[in-house]
Design a protein around this ligand. Sequence first.
Ligand SMILES: [Zn+2]
Length: 248
Amino acid sequence: MFTGCETVPITGRSQLLIISNAELSAVAAGEFSKMNKVSNDPRIEQIRRVGLNILTVARRDDAHGVLPPANKWEFAIIDDKSPNAFAMPGGKIGFNVGMFPYAATDDDIAVILGHEVAHVLSRHSSERVSQVLLVQLGAVAVDHATKNQSARTRQAWLTGFGLGAQFGMLLPFSRSHESEADHLGLIFMARAGYNPEAAPLFWRRFSNASSTKPPEFFSTHPADETRIRQLQAWMSEAKAQANSLSKP
Ligand SMILES: [Zn+2]
């Protein structure tokens, strides 16, 4: 079992990680391979292009070597009408068909992928999977959780990744994880040349549209006034980073 106290890039928050990135990546690869992917949707090129631009600039803060090299990342459009998108440890990015009505432009997609890549870079899944496994299975079982294929274990992993609707179990990311992913994601999208002003606009639009029947992404990423206020507060920092990169 991997145990360590580490710090999150940029924000410097301390975190306790008891599941290694390698273990997470192995489970994520298995789950990703089972998903229904659309094989002939040309929008995959847009997702890949924006995703790789975000990854290129995020790598500068990858002190722990969490992000795989660019050519190892897999991108897929998932054949699912619910609005959802995710990035998983080990380099898997999925974008549901149902997300495009909410996020069609490069800037919008950069908001979502910047945020999701920031979750991966900050190793939030490790913290979440650890927490869910400990609650559900107990400390002794965590050690064997990567080999255990039971539905209960699988539910714990998927919930940790921010997925898990198929088990009817959606755990919101904690306020601190969401703030970190918003903060880093805003910086990444600005560095990559996208307009960070799209971020608060996306969250407000998504929040309004999903207020009656919250979709999976909204259940795991609750958008409230605090999120939008914080994004506005980080805007000048994000723009300053973009400007400093564009100068020779
Ligand atoms: Zn999030």
